[in-house]
Design a protein around this ligand. Structure first.
Ligand code: SF4
Length: 473
């Protein structure tokens, strides 16, 4: 019987089975940022412990950093404390840090891959839910809490419950105007936000195999929103081509040896799966969330549900409709938006910005809409500026910002106000997520956000541009 990638990587990183039945896993790469580390380092100091493997730890600043005015000290005293604390801790413990003015700075799940830190067959941990992003490279990557950050700093190990594997095959060709974001929102809508509890999701099928690494990262990023502990894609030529030449990737003969090993850890053809789901790519459409979790979504051509649909939870639907100020039966298209946000670790990479720029080129943001583009990293920003994407966005009325998490969450100056409605390319539409307790978030692809920005309302991107290339980005 063959093994899945998850089983192979898990076995290779198992230190021992704990009396609790959990596995003590060695962590190949620990990514850290300013928000979930101060207390973890304080706990180390209080016990007189060191950092076990600073050479396998890498830090950046992303969640709280302002994306417009970055003068230190920050006006927000708490934010300044967090960033100063990370700087001090990295200095004291010999950890590499892509700090505020470092040309490698950016969202932790954007810089790990682009620096080549993220590699196939690794176990990766980070104190952020969307660590599943790194699974796009055939890594097994987990989001962890602050106490686990402390444990990994101290021991480079993590106690984990064994996981089942659900294979999700996306077969066929995505229609023009349908993107990786639509694929993962559809998966979450069909399987539910808790459907993945106890699982890792393995994404495969020819639609996934044809995807770029950027698109695979978008898919894996939101695995956690479907309840899965991790999500991954088996490494292949696309993966290896992406990694070759990256600063922390092996080079020369070492790269050839690594590529052979990376190939060997892909799931075997006769691997057994705990569950199997098949999705037809041709049937997919652009998707927009209407509710307060990423599973509450509908095709852009659809209507807001009533709660009486089979399998629906009427109370959850009523609660979401009340918060969002929506009526059941109302078409999602035409819903007025106040803010358009292109950014976050889900959709802030160069290909996302290129696609959004293609939509807004020669058009202008609707007068009542505040629109901003926040590149995922300083490197993405530089590359986009080199291509002139910043000029396209500015000419269209978008603000062009520095790298950070920005409006994905309300921990920095970029926040919704009052009950603004935001078309967002991010990953969470929870109540209050974008900084206003009554702010409302509609998740969608970056191209759909661009379309909403210029139309001033939710609109089908397929109607805006007739020459989209089949298969999305
Ligand atoms: S962009 Fe959002 S989800 Fe991603 S790391 Fe930042 S806060 Fe977390």
């Amino acid at each position: 019987m063959g093994k899945t990638l998850l089983q192979k990587v898990w076995d290779l990183h198992t230190v021992r089975t704990l009396p609790t039945g959990q596995t003590q896993l060695f962590v190949g790469l620990h990514l850290i940022h300013e928000v979930t580390t101060p207390q973890a380092f304080d706990a180390l100091r209080a016990r007189g412990w060191g950092v076990a493997r600073p050479d396998r730890t890498f830090g950046t600043v992303d969640h709280i950093v302002p994306t417009r005015e970055r003068t230190r000290p920050f006006l927000d005293v708490l934010a300044e404390d967090m960033i100063a604390s990370l700087e001090r801790n990295c200095r004291d413990y010999g950890i590499r840090l892509a700090g505020l003015n470092d040309d490698r700075q950016g969202i932790v799940h954007v810089i790990g891959p682009e620096l080549g830190l993220t590699q196939p067959g690794m176990t990766i941990a980070c104190g952020d839910s969307h660590t599943s992003t790194h699974g796009a490279f055939g890594a097994v990557a987990f989001g962890i809490g602050t106490s686990q950050v402390r444990d990994v700093l101290a021991s480079q190990c993590l106690a984990m419950e064994p996981l089942k594997v659900r294979r999700i095959r996306v077969n066929g060709t995505l229609p023009a105007g349908v993107y990786a974001k639509d694929v993962i929102l559809t998966i979450i809508q069909r399987l539910g936000v808790s459907g993945g509890v106890g699982y890792a999701y393995e994404y495969s099928g020819d639609a996934i195999e044809r995807m770029s690494m950027d698109e695979r990262m978008t898919i894996c990023n939101m695995s956690i929103e479907g309840g899965a502990r991790a999500g991954y894609v088996n490494p292949d030529r696309t993966t290896f081509e992406y990694l070759e030449g990256r600063p922390f990737a092996p080079s020369g003969e070492a790269f050839d040896r690594a590529r052979a090993w990376w190939s060997s850890i892909a799931s075997d053809p006769d691997a057994r799966y705990d569950d199997d789901v098949v999705i037809r790519a041709e049937a997919l459409t652009p998707v927009v969330t209407w509710g307060v979790n990423p599973g509450q979504s509908v095709a852009v051509t659809g209507r807001i549900p009533s709660g009486r649909e089979p399998g629906s939870d009427p109370q959850a639907v009523a609660d979401a409709l009340s918060y969002m100020g929506l009526e059941s039966g109302q078409p999602i298209a035409g819903l007025r938006v106040d803010v358009a946000f292109i950014g976050s670790c889900t959709n802030s990479r160069l290909s996302d910005l290129r696609e959004a720029a293609r939509i807004v080129r020669g058009r202008h943001v609707a007068p009542h809409v505040k629109a901003l583009v926040v590149p995922g990293s300083a490197s993405v920003k530089r590359a986009a500026e080199h291509e002139g994407l910043d000029d396209i966005f500015r000419a269209a009325g978008f603000e062009w910002r520095a790298a950070g998490c920005s409006m994905c969450l309300g921990m920095n100056p970029d926040k919704l106000e009052g009950n603004q409605v935001c078309a967002a390319s991010s990953n969470r539409n929870f109540k209050g997520r974008q900084g206003s307790p009554t702010g409302r978030t509609l998740l969608m692809s970056p191209a759909m956000v661009a379309a909403a920005a210029v139309a001033g309302e939710v609109t089908d991107v397929r109607d805006l541009v007739g020459d989209l290339v089949a298969g999305g980005l």
